[in-house]
Design a protein around this ligand. Sequence first.
Ligand code: NAD
Length: 489
Amino acid sequence: MVPDRPRPALLDEGPLPLFIGGEFVAPHSGRWEPTIDPTTQKPLTTVAVADAEDIDAAVRAARAAFVDPSWSAITPQRRTELLLQIAYAIEAHGQELAILDSLEMGGALWVNQWLVGQCVDVLRHYAGWPTKIYGQTAPSDPTKFHYTVREPLGVVAGITAWNGPLQQLCWKLGAALSTGNTFVHKPALWSSLSAIRLAQIIAAGTDLPAGVFNVVSGDGAMTGQALIEHPGVDKISFTGSVATGRHILRTSAVDLKRVTLELGGKSPTIVFDDADLPAAAQTAAAAFCQGSGQGCVAGSRIFVQESIKDEFRDLLLAAMDSYVAGDPFAEGTQMGPLASREHFDRVNGYLDLARQEGASVHQGGDWQAEGLFMRPALLENVTPDMRVIREEIFGPLSALMTFTDIEDAIAKGNDTSYGLSASIWTRDFVRTQRTAAGLRVGTVWVNTYADMSTGTVPFGGFKTSGLGREHGTDVLDAYTETKTVMVTM
Ligand code: NAD
């Protein structure tokens, strides 16, 4: 049954402008683009596309806010209070923000509701930092006094992908503001609505000074490019593809902007013969079906110990069958549509490619016959050199392969240019420790998957999965400069 589709008031406000220096302004570019609901494939509304002049205005506003005493001279306790205000404001508007993300990128509503809760907790976590960012004193000659202080970088540009719009924004916003920076956010063109609504919510419901948070919607080629080239940007915090990440790193070399990159993955799920197999199979299926596999940590390569392959495979196929694709707002929907026609065609292209490369394809799940819905697919008879095994697909596809022992599991898990995450299933302590130690990935989940911390532990990638970390204590290095002061008394 097709449910009534919710329609937040934002969608009836007309074309949605930029948010610069505390004001909602039409773009200098004069360009607006429709944003499409992937479930109905109809336009939801139109959003502004910022050009270089708009970006310049946003960066200048953020710079002015950075030096203004209303932000730069407040107490740490006041900064905590402002972050908590944002967290509470998001909590109060949580349902609406979740609906906007589900409408725009097609994820099941219950997933986005859960993600909004995570955003609130992440901001609460970051609200604790301002009173805990310490410098050091260094041993020195008694006639001298040497110490360090951590200072904010300045203007942070947060550029995000379309697959977790509010979550990615809140991770970066919390980190930037808790360390005293100001923030210019460029969401992906396909998923700007929750960021624009958040700008309204912050402007109306918090005391955050104007210019501390700015939203410049737009595309990559014009808007994003102008932002990464702008000399007034001190740091870029980016979530997206490896190709764009590389481009950002090259571009930022001109003025040595600080850069954090959260990029793609080809994450292994490794199942040993002593694992809780029903739980492992259910979670291995979730790892590439939930969110229709459009997650950076998608478990897109599954390695099972040879002796239990058949048993595990049956459980996995049954678990895939439990995935019901449908309208994000319908009860029981676990997978929505893929986020856009372009992406749907791309993912289906990989299915065709898998067949051409000689893989066998099992498809499961319940699905709608039309639209951008896709059944989960499990590939078998694959070899490590196939493109479907080497490239990130970002859809509900995974491949089942086998391994013999710990060393083989590690070697196969590491046989990829990516290194974002891995999920290991075993009850054995030695297998856990040795496998976790051998895998070249940023996060290892043991007997679980995608357990996302609310800011407390670092997240990021080895190899081409990224540069730097978000969250944990690492975030302080990523969002502050250390200043050394050497005094002769
Ligand atoms: P993308 O690289 O195409 O776009 C990401 C963002 O970069 C968008 O906002 C886009 O407009 C912008 N952009 C594009 N060209 C730009 C340019 N020249 N200058 C500045 N900005 C530019 O990625 P995508 O297709 O939107 O997202 C999918 C990718 O994101 C996948 O690879 C996925 O794994 C990755 N991802 C990683 C994480 C993580 O935390 N590691 C989380 C989510 C998604």
